[in-house]
Design a protein around this ligand. Structure first.
Ligand code: FAD
Length: 485
């Protein structure tokens, strides 16, 4: 039986941030994740904005963590070696009501400690980005963009480097207390731990109930997206959001990604399905209409992919009111930390939430800092980001840097090889994609996917029939169509 001091359930951005912050201390840490990789839930299905924190209720955990997470992110990105751009954001308006709402949330932002927001005229707005729609805007300098998959992977790898163990493909199905320990049943084995931390995202209410807390009601707000080609990315340098609605929610926005694409979306509608990530024509059509208002190069010829994510919001069933993030720990449920309703801005808030979760442990027992804790994670050296001289040196040192596998994103064999031997032991095609960007370009893997599969087979010594795309049971090949000499 695997035994830990702390078992974290869920390896989204929150669980991985908790693992990373806990790995600063002398603790045996396990992270149980039902999928075959980290960042397979909503942590990979979002806009990747580092939010500034101007739409959240003053004094709320969301507001506190968003502002804290925003202000520290330059250092975090540097430590974890992940791409991050502090682009700022334009919140654009068309009507007097839009202006009223923008000013209302500007005042809330100032109360929350968001710095430097200012109203700009149409002319000033066009100077900031000539392709942004709108008649006027609020410019928010502290907003930024990041790759949420890379961020989650980096947090997990840094935690693993500092001793945390990731138990992938383990769905927790029940938890019972025996003496001073918890026994978590998974579909593969039983895991024993002194502490349990619930970071299960959309299934957090179920884990909450297993720990003896209420099964807090949550409601799914689904949003669909278009991904636009890098050709469109050349026209957009800053996220363009519409004025928030009366409750502070944003509808379809246009956001450049750190890698040069543009995301258009999400819209927002209620869904019942926990993992209902299907995209629909009806919503895609709506995105085109609304997207055009934000970005004048929104055009079908740029579309390369679409996806959906679901914000699981905690709400009060009597009033319907959407509630704040929940982070709780009490003596009635010893040695547990329960996080529920971590919807947007959960990416921005992950590390501040993680520190607050660690504090709950530290209130109950003395945590001994690890002397050898290293906050830095090297990551994969990207050929596409190297100078000509660096490329020459890289190819000399490792000839695999001289062979391009993904042509659209200029990803080399050396990077794919490093991704296959990642610190978490992930061996799916999606895992390689999220670590290198191979298959994320215009052709969406048409050219490189079979080459990547072949490399997985060769590097791991497995048969083609054993290679999985992303999910348990998601095998790419069932056998040979014909024998080739
Ligand atoms: C459309 C959309 C846009 C968003 N935009 C932004 C944004 O721009 N900026 C921002 O800051 N935030 C944004 N967010 C919010 C952010 O994506 C989420 O708050 C964050 O990803 C939640 O992370 P998590 O780790 O709590 O959940 P998840 O990423 O869902 O991770 C939970 C993990 O738990 C695992 N799990 C569940 N049950 C079990 C079990 N029984 N056993 C083992 N494992 C289990 C799941 O497989 C999953 O991997 C957005 C969200 C959405 C949906």
């Amino acid at each position: 039986m695997k035994e830990y001091d702390v078992l974290i359930i869920g390896a989204g951005v929150v669980g991985c941030a908790v693992a990373r912050e806990l790995s600063r201390y002398c603790l045996r840490i396990g992270v149980a994740e039902k999928e075959l990789d980290v960042a397979c839930g909503n942590s990979s299905r979002n806009t990747g904005m580092l939010h500034a924190g101007f739409t959240y209720k003053p004094g709320s955990l969301k507001a506190e963590c968003a502002v804290e997470g925003n202000q520290e992110f330059d250092r975090v990105a540097e430590e974890l070696n992940i791409p991050f751009k502090r682009t700022g954001k334009l919140v654009v308006g068309f009507t007097d009501h839009d202006r009223e709402n923008i000013l209302k949330f500007k005042a809330i932002g100032e109360q929350n400690g968001v710095r430097g927001m200012r109203m700009v005229t149409k002319e000033e707005m066009k100077e900031i980005d000539e392709h942004a729609g709108g008649e006027f805007a609020m410019y928010v300098p502290s907003s930024g963009i990041l790759d949420p998959m890379q961020y989650t992977i980096a947090l997990a790898e840094n935690a693993a480097m500092n001793g945390a163990e990731f138990l992938l493909g383990r769905r927790v199905t029940g938890i019972r207390r025996e003496g001073e320990r918890y026994l978590a049943e998974t579909d593969k084995e039983t895991i024993s731990s002194r502490w349990v931390i619930n970071c299960a995202g959309m299934y957090a209410p179920e884990i909450s109930e297993m720990l003896g807390y209420p099964k807090y009601p949550t409601k799914g707000f689904k949003g669909e997206y278009f991904v636009l080609d890098k050709k469109a990315g050349k026209f957009l340098g800053i996220p363009v959001y519409p004025a928030p609605n009366d409750k502070g929610g944003f509808m379809t926005h246009a956001t450049p990604t750190v890698d040069g694409n543009v995301l258009v979306g999400p819209d927002s509608y209620i869904t019942e399905g926990r993992e209902d990530y299907a995209v629909t024509k009806e919503h895609m059509d709506g995105l085109i209409e609304d997207g055009k208002k934000m970005f004048d190069h929104m055009d079908r010829s740029y579309f390369i992919r679409n996806f959906a994510g679901i914000r699981w919001k905690r709400y009060d069933p009597e009033t319907g009111e959407i509630l704040d993030f929940l982070l709780e720990a009490d003596d009635a449920h010893p040695c547990t930390v329960n996080l529920v309703g971590i919807e947007s801005p959960g990416i921005t808030c992950a590390l501040p939430l993680a520190r607050r979760a660690v504090k709950k442990l530290a209130e109950k027992e003395e945590l001994k800092p690890r002397e050898d804790f290293d906050p830095r994670r090297p990551g994969i050296r990207r050929f596409s980001e190297m100078t000509r001289e660096e490329r020459t040196e890289a190819v000399k040192a490792d000839p695999d840097y001289g062979e391009i596998v993904c042509r659209c994103e200029t990803v080399t064999r050396a990077e794919i090889r490093q991704a296959i031997h990642n610190p978490l032991g992930v061996c799916t095609v999606t895992g390689i994609k999220n670590r290198t960007r191979a298959t994320m370009g215009r052709c969406q893997g048409g050219y490189c996917e079979t080459r990547i599969t072949r490399m997985i087979e060769e590097e791991l010594g497995i048969a083609p029939e054993e290679v999985r795309y992303s999910k348990e049971g998601g095998y790419l090949f069932t056998g040979k169509v014909r024998d080739v000499e």
